[in-house]
Design a protein around this ligand. Structure first.
Ligand SMILES: Cc1ncc(COP(=O)(O)O)c(C=O)c1O
Length: 401
């Protein structure tokens, strides 16, 4: 066996996405003790920077030392007690994972199903809340990575609060790519991941808990079944002042998150959202010129994750393999019900750049031609470049339409 030297790929799948070189460099700096005063001071900055990324002033904002699934679990194990009824919205794979979490916490799930590729229906959630006045929480995914559909959290949070329910919101693929406004929505427990639009490697899950969620944690009548995720215990470590040992923080991963968040703040959230949107529109124009269509209706599309319908007669796995082997570009396959039917093309974080849009379109043109699809040479790149020129100078807040 020898040291592992991975090739440099362009990661245009559903995540992980390309890590910014500054983040990789930051992560290679010397490891210091996690209770070293200098590290503690850096962690205080990470909290402030994450509050910016989430658009919240929640004091309980911290990265869980594990991937996005752990952020999800942290929300459920703290907020769902055995016997609690929880409305779970399922319009893709990750809503299904939320359902599993509710079950494993001993909660009573009420499932609101919507078609894959469509947003969560507020009307259905309202019906569920009327039928279940005992419900204590509503859980949903803002950016469904398995389908590319966006759900607007604002109306769902408002509905949940009208029915005295807390909200658990998955923003793993959202933060940094589209507007996430935790305080404006009033969302109670929100988690994200580092490996999508934050340009970091996988492995950390920033979470933020509002006052209502903290009250619920404090009022629990049963202890949180997870020692590691118990927020009461984690708080002792993360709250400023005296740091007490809870677990050994992933020191170098946190250097990386700090660096990534500094870059996000320097760019400005609105600019980052607009960049994701601009590059999405360019990609969509190019895909159209290749004769490819997107699964999700225009107004519900996530700019950072494009669900491209595989044309009849095309070998979807062969195209992905060709992009990887021939061009060093990774795109994703469909998950669950969409397996074999779509490609998932991500333009997330540092990967959301014009040169990646063009490189991806050129590679797709070549792979489709090899599959016998008739495409006009260079048309996709021209369409993308025209869209980029058209977007230059226009004002756009970057939100999904
Ligand atoms: C919407 C969503 N939620 C949760 C997760 C789980 O995150 P992780 O794979 O980092 O555990 C993902 C990962 O892709 C995701 O896309």
């Amino acid at each position: 066996m020898r040291p592992f030297n991975p090739p440099t790929r362009t990661l245009l799948g559903p995540g992980p996405s390309d890590v910014h070189p500054r983040v990789l460099e930051a992560m290679s700096r010397p490891t210091i003790g996690h209770l070293d005063p200098l590290f503690v001071a850096m962690m205080d900055e990470v909290k402030v920077l994450m509050q910016y990324a989430f658009q919240t002033e929640n004091a309980l904002t911290m990265p869980v030392s594990a991937p996005g699934s752990a952020g999800m679990e942290a929300c459920f194990v703290n907020l769902v007690e055995p016997g609690d009824t929880v409305v779970v919205c399922r319009n893709g794979v990750f809503g299904g994972r939320m359902l599993e979490n509710v079950r494993r916490c001993g909660g009573v799930p009420v499932v609101v199903d919507d078609d894959w590729g469509t947003p969560v229906s507020a009307d259905k959630v309202e019906d569920a809340l009327r039928e279940h006045p005992e419900a204590k929480a509503v859980a949903f995914v803002q950016a469904e990575t398995s389908t590319g559909a966006h759900t607007d959290p604002a109306p769902l949070v408002a509905l949940a609060h009208e029915h005295d329910c807390l909200t658990i919101v998955d923003t793993v693929t959202a933060v940094g790519g589209i507007p996430v406004r935790v305080d404006e929505w009033g969302a109670d427990a929100v988690y994200t991941g580092t490996q999508k639009c934050l340009s970091c490697p996988p492995g950390l899950s920033p979470v933020t808990f509002g006052e209502g969620a903290v009250r619920k944690v404090r009022a629990r009548t049963t202890p949180c079944q997870s020692w590691f995720m118990d927020l009461d215990l984690q708080l002792g470590y993360w709250s400023s002042g005296s740091r007490t040992y809870h677990h050994t923080a992933p020191v170098n991963a946190l250097y990386g998150l700090h660096e990534a968040l500094l870059m996000l703040r320097a760019e400005g959230l609105e600019n980052a959202w607009a960049r994701h949107r601009r590059n999405h529109l360019a990609l969509a124009a190019g895909l159209d010129a290749l004769g490819l269509s997107l699964l999700v209706a225009e107004q519900h599309r996530l700019p950072q994750l494009n669900m491209v319908v595989v044309p009849d007669g095309v070998d979807e796995a062969a195209v992905r393999a060709r992009l990887l082997d021939g061009f060093g570009i990774e795109i994703g396959a469909g998950l669950g019900a969409l397996a074999g039917k779509v490609w998932r093309v991500g333009l997330m974080g540092y990967a959301s750049r014009e040169e990646n849009v063009v490189a991806c379109l050129r590679a797709l043109e070549s792979a489709l031609t090899e599959q016998g699809v008739e495409v006009e040479n260079g048309a996709a790149e021209n369409a993308a470049r025209a869209a980029l020129e058209g977007a230059a100078g226009s004002h756009d807040d970057g939100g999904p339409r």
